[in-house]
Design a protein around this ligand. Structure first.
Ligand SMILES: *Cc1c(COP(=O)(O)O)cnc(C)c1O
Length: 798
């Protein structure tokens, strides 16, 4: 959009005056933020309406992305950048004497997600709007986002994330007229009506009102505005008398109160099942209603609508869609089923079996009696059809939806849809060969890969403005609209001046982070040190503990030989642990106690520092990632489906230190062996251990004195205030045979870290590697990922 600085200043002052009745110098950053957001909303609204009008008029096919998590972080700068008015607003603020950074920091992160999965969903919203494909999000308007993490005495403490605060969500619009009803519980009978049609009779159902709040998703430089629809729950007016007490009302509002703070386990909780069904049913109901307004026949809905199931949480969608088509709109089973399969598609995000959702059949039937009947019918027909095709009984049993008294949600998503994709090449291969092998034999045509991606606008243009400016100087600014142009940087890989400039920009980002570290933890770190960063959810498979073991080894090296010639290091961690994940919390405690130990040890001469930054989230990631020299991507090969922080780090010039896991493999293929540091077992070696059952961690521990010394450090009192946690770690590594092969990969990790130390000594060489990484990072734009979804799965047109 077009906007002059003068007009912006006028609009901003008018809004401030109207809404706050104060003048600029008197306003707090929060008031200024709210005013700015409201000013921008006035710019967005006409674009939003126009987009809707055009979509209705053109009757284009629309994809709906169903996800129980969206993790956009802050929206202000993204919205300004995408509208094309970020610089105008910054100039306007400069004229008004307002500190833009203070206003930006007044926005609370929108953290309706745990980690990578929710972040991907948010990235896709931006990329859909930017590429111009009609794609809308569908999720839950949680009252509390992912918990706020405090570190107290080295322990994680969880506080509620009251993200609405006093401002509410400044970006949303409540859409009362699109509210729908969702039924739970009760009994269902099937009766024949006068025409002999079997119809369900509901008795004693609990009826909830689902109210949507729409959040605009603005495309970059195209004035295109899509919709992220988040559902809230309310008590329907005519049932209010059933809820006379505050407590009974709270039971209802609890449905959208909290995000489940766990991104790896499916918690078999009734409330979670209700959340999943609630957003899925509400979303599908409005989709069908808006489709029918076009006057087209329902059995052809797949020609105008795609429904995407992001992980298994919305995987009840095929069954609920069948229920709506048959019970509410009178379609026959077969035509409803064909439309359903053609409408639905599913992304798998993990091969960890504990994360593949299964529901107890009794609970499912109790909460969703009619949907359960439909699932049984789908399951029966599936079994009959496969038997008919001559599929082996064992294979049918492995893949059916209801078995051993459990409802397998991934199976429902695969059977009830036409596409299942993994999120990186290796991950998709593993799905085909292993996790979903039988499904792949039955439906090979449904399987495909869509490697995850990231929003370069947030992770480069916004979060690393100085680097972006440096890139502009070299190759012009066209890369800002076509990220693949970053490849032109390769022309400068041997230009000493350019390499010096890149090095300087990185040092400046490190200085900004160093200031934050000092302010938030009191620890002083030198920007001459290598900033070695691991930020992501805390999980055993991601192996933060392996990183810590290497730190302990360095500690002993320096204690033995204080004059040892090493490049100083600052190890930086950021990670939330699921509140019920005991092991992960012990690792956090140990990282913090090792930090206490080394940061206060004068004999180390500042060569080793360890920092744990609390409350890792998108806005903190934007500060940390541009300042990284080393990106730690050290999961056990085969366990990290894709990873996306690996891509963010690469884009701002960190060198990846990685196992051959997830998208690390694709990063290596892009930059070449010389511009990444790889270590550890590959997936075949890991699987061969599984097959041969030949891993024995105690053997490694007993025969390798270096490992033995590191592991013993957890239990011999070296690390103060953590003897309990230390012995738990020891038990996991030695008594429980080290499930994630840390001891096996340790030697090769240490060697890789020594290589990093050597490489960093040659600043020119390092800067060149950094530049090559940036130059190749365009490969991982989510704009391209979403284009592949749109063309290959959803069959959309721009
Ligand atoms: C990108 C991102 C993640 C995902 O990190 P991985 O290392 O890929 O697991 C998690 N949390 C936040 C806040 C992120 O920005």
């Amino acid at each position: 959009m077009q906007l002059t600085t003068e007009k912006f200043i006028r609009d901003f002052k008018d809004t401030l005056h109207e809404e706050q009745m104060i003048k600029v110098p008197d306003a707090s950053p929060a008031e200024l933020f709210e005013t700015l957001a409201h000013t921008i909303r006035k710019y967005i609204t006409p674009l939003w309406l126009e987009r809707r009008r055009k979509l209705v008029e053109s009757q284009q096919k629309i994809a709906y992305y169903f996800s129980i998590e969206f993790l956009p972080g802050r929206m202000l700068e993204t919205n300004l950048l995408n509208l094309g008015i970020l610089d105008t607003v910054k100039e306007g603020f400069a004229e008004l004497g307002v500190d833009f950074d203070a206003v930006r920091n007044a926005e609370h992160d929108m953290a309706l997600g745990n980690g990578g999965l929710g972040r991907l969903a948010a990235a896709f919203m931006d990329s859909l709007a930017t590429t111009g494909y009609p794609g809308f999000g569908n999720g839950i308007r949680y009252q509390y986002g992912l918990f706020k993490q405090k570190i107290v005495n080295g322990y994680q403490v969880e506080l509620p994330d009251d993200w609405f605060g006093s401002l509410g969500n400044v970006w949303e619009t409540r859409k009362d007229h699109d509210a729908v009803f969702v039924n739970l519980y009760g009994n269902v009978y099937l009766r024949a009506n006068e025409e002999g049609r079997i119809t369900p009779i509901y008795e004693n159902a609990q009826v909830l009102r689902a109210v949507p709040y729409d959040v605009p998703q603005i495309g970059f430089g195209n004035d295109n505005v899509n919709n992220l629809r988040l559902w809230d729950v309310e008590i329907p007016e005519k049932f209010e008398h059933f809820y006379p007490t505050l407590e009974s009302r709270r039971k209802v509002t609890d449905i959208t109160a909290v995000l489940y703070p766990d991104d790896s386990n499916s918690e078999g909780k009734e409330l979670r099942l209700i959340q999943e069904y609630f957003m899925t049913s509400a979303g599908l109901q409005t989709i069908i209603k808006s489709y029918l307004k076009q006057g087209l026949p329902l059995e052809k809905i797949h020609e105008k609508v795609s429904v995407h199931i992001n992980d298994t949480h919305p995987a009840v969608a095929p069954a609920e869609f069948m229920r709506l088509l048959i019970d509410e709109y009178g379609l026959e089973w077969n035509e409803a089923w064909q439309a359903t399969v053609k409408t639905m598609s599913y992304t798998n995000h993990t091969i960890l079996s504990e994360a593949l959702e299964k529901w107890d059949a009794g609970l499912f039937k109790y909460v969703l009696p009619r949907v359960y009947q439909i699932i049984l019918e789908i399951d029966n027909r599936y079994v009959a059809e496969l038997a008919n095709r001559g599929i082996a009984p064992e294979m049918i049993e492995n893949t059916r939806i209801v078995k051993d008294n459990q409802v397998h949600m991934a199976h429902l998503a695969i059977i009830g849809g036409h596409s299942i994709n993994g999120v990186a090449k290796l991950h998709t291969e593993l799905l085909k060969e292993d996790t979903l092998r039988d499904f792949y034999a039955i439906y090979p045509e449904k399987f495909n890969n869509k490697t995850n991606g990231i929003i370069q606008r947030r992770w480069l243009q916004i979060s690393d403005e100085p680097l972006s400016a440096e890139i502009d100087k070299l190759i012009g600014n066209h890369w800002r609209t076509d990220i693949h142009e970053l490849r032109k940087l390769l022309d400068y890989q041997n230009d000493q001046q350019v390499l010096n400039d890149f090095y300087r920009v990185k040092q400046e980002a490190k200085a900004r982070l160093a200031a934050y570290i000092k302010e938030s933890t009191g620890v002083e770190v030198s920007t001459e040190a290598i900033f070695d960063v691991q930020v992501k959810r805390l999980h055993a498979y991601k192996r933060q503990l392996l990183n810590l073991m290497h730190i302990i080894k360095l500690y002993w090296d320096l204690k033995d030989n204080p004059d040892k010639d090493v490049v100083p290091r600052v190890f930086i961690f950021g990670a939330k642990a699921a509140p019920g994940y005991h092991f992960a919390k012990s690792v956090i405690k140990l990282i913090n106690e090792v930090a206490n130990l080394v940061n206060h040890d004068e004999s180390l001469q500042g060569k080793l520092k360890v920092v744990f930054l609390e409350n890792y989230r998108v806005s903190l990631a934007e500060l940390i990632i541009p300042a990284a020299d080393v990106s730690e991507q050290i999961s056990l090969a085969s366990k990290e489906a894709s990873g996306t922080s690996n891509m963010k780090f690469m884009m701002t010039g960190a060198i990846t230190l990685a196992t051959l896991d997830g998208a690390n493999i694709e990063i290596k293929d892009e930059v070449g062996d010389d511009n990444i540091v790889i270590f550890g077992m590959d997936k075949d070696e890991v699987y061969s251990h599984y097959q041969r059952h030949d891993y024995y961690s105690r053997g490694v521990y007993e025969s390798n004195p270096v490992i033995r010394r590191v592991v013993d450090t957890f239990i011999n009192g070296t690390i103060p205030n953590a003897s309990q946690e230390g012995s738990e770690i020891y038990e996991a590594l030695i008594t429980h045979n080290d499930e994630y092969f840390l001891l096996e990969d340790f030697a090769s990790y240490v060697a890789a870290q020594e290589k990093i130390d050597q490489l960093y000594r040659d600043k020119g060489k390092w800067a060149k590697m950094s530049l090559v990484n940036i130059a190749h990072s365009g490969k991982f734009t989510s704009d391209d990922t979403i284009t592949q979804y749109a063309q290959e799965i959803w069959n959309l047109k721009k």
